[in-house]
Design a protein around this ligand. Structure first.
Ligand SMILES: Nc1ncnc2c1ncn2[C@@H]1O[C@H](COP(=O)(O)OP(=O)(O)O)[C@@H](O)[C@H]1O
Ligand SMILES: [Mg+2]
Length: 397
């Protein structure tokens, strides 16, 4: 409603996306096509969009959606086709599979019925328990409660800590102060009230918006020794396919290429804390999962920590062990709640949304329960919105 009277040329990316989705959904058609409907949407808007498209399908309509957010895709679809091949060279479309099997095949990187391996490894969702209590010697940074006022907007942060080996996922609606929080932790902005004492901890920061400098090559941003480092080459440069981009000028890169390059630059620094603000925006699903894996590898290998602002639930699940859920009123006041375990944080956040998740018994990836299904109702009743020990297989038995 707040957008209806605005000039269409002044809308933000997310506002324009929501208007376009609504306009298409309101048409009376037999077939509806949505091309990447979750781009520019925050995590709440994505799930609302998915639920809207799902409702359209109830009216015996055909719907085709191209989508990179696996949780959204899973929730939306009855069938999926996997597109694979070599970007810019050729693409092959698999035959349709039921949504659960199709996404699992994608995660495994192998299509048995076509005898086609399109990825050399399978993506794994690590369910190893994280420590409930961090050891005092693992503490890297502690922030007190602080506030930041920018124009009409006020961010209030509650105290929190980050530890060695910890990846904190940051979620919340657009305009709630996630970027402001990250900028304050990075030292780029100072709080209005409160003071963050950084005892010499080095921080590497990838901002949400990247402004490439003219006439600078990709490789100029890297320390020459790190590009030659075998571990970095194998774990970061190769999987992100940056080798071919090293001699390119940064101002000629596409949005996705720029994102991958600046994530790699951020991870190449010798830092104790990595701050990544929306590192998967503009990336396809394959690159999103690769970025999550790269961040995880660096944090594990160097025993450092990361804050990652992210809207993609599957990507968060893949890498984060803790989560900060921002609440409040977008554009007015935001609250940065302290980090909690992934399970507890997601539980609180999904409760507000009225959506429950379970784990796929085979790949362990998180899946949205169909609204009103037995599991959905059961999980709501016991207050476990984010995966219970009960799997769909148990239910069948
Ligand atoms: N430099 C600025 N000038 C005016 N308003 C700003 C500025 N930076 C951020 N804001 C406002 O502060 C609020 C929070 O912004 P941000 O931290 O970027 O949110 P998020 O990253 O959660 O989307 C928004 O309403 C935004 O418009
Ligand atoms: Mg932001």
């Amino acid at each position: 409603n707040s957008i209806l009277d605005k000039d269409i040329h002044h809308l933000s990316g997310g506002e324009l996306q929501r208007i376009a989705i609504a306009a298409v959904a309101l048409r009376d058609a037999d077939v509806y096509i949505f091309d990447e409907p979750s781009s520019y949407l925050d995590i709440y808007q994505r799930l609302k969009m998915a639920s809207l498209i799902r409702d359209l399908a109830k009216e015996s309509k055909y719907i085709i959606v191209a989508e990179h957010d696996l949780a959204v895709l899973d929730y939306l679809s009855d069938y999926v086709c996997i597109f694979y091949g070599k970007p810019g060279v050729y693409g092959i479309i698999s035959k349709p599979h039921g949504v659960r099997v199709g996404i699992n095949l994608y995660i495994n990187g192998y299509l048995p019925d076509e005898n086609m391996q399109f990825r050399s490894y399978s993506i794994s969702f690590d369910l190893s328990p994280i420590p409930n209590e961090w050891r005092p010697e693992d503490l890297l940074l502690r922030w007190p409660s602080f506030t930041k006022e920018i124009g009409d907007f006020k961010l209030s942060a509650l105290p929190g800590e980050i530890h060695k080996g910890e990846i904190i996922g940051i979620v919340g609606p657009n305009g709630i102060g996630k970027t402001t929080f990250v900028k304050i932790i990075s030292g780029e902005l100072q709080p209005t009230q409160g003071y963050i004492e950084n005892f010499g901890i080095s921080i590497s920061y990838k901002p949400q918006y990247i402004f490439p400098e003219a006439n600078k090559k990709v490789k100029d941003y890297f320390d020459s020794s790190i590009i030659e480092d075998p571990w970095f080459k194998e774990e970061i440069i190769k999987p992100l396919e940056i080798e071919l981009l090293l001699d390119r000028k940064v101002d000629t890169l596409s949005g996705g290429e720029l994102q991958k390059v600046f994530v790699a630059i951020c991870l190449s620094k010798d830092a104790k804390i990595f701050l990544l603000d929306e590192p998967t925006a503009h990336l396809d699903v394959e690159n999103r999962l690769t970025v999550a894996r790269c961040i995880k590898r660096i944090v594990e290998k160097k025993n450092v920590a990361a804050f990652v602002v992210e809207h993609d639930i599957v990507t968060i699940d893949l890498m984060a062990n803790s989560i900060m859920v921002f609440s409040g009123e977008p554009g007015r006041n935001g609250i940065a709640n302290p980090p909690t375990s992934l399970r507890k944080g997601m539980n609180k956040f999904l409760k507000e949304l009225g959506i429950t998740f379970r784990r796929d018994p085979q790949t362990k990836r998180p899946r949205v329960n169909k609204k009103g299904s037995w599991l959905d109702r059961y999980q709501k009743e016991i207050g476990e919105y984010y995966y219970t020990e009960i799997t769909a297989e148990d239910l069948k038995a």
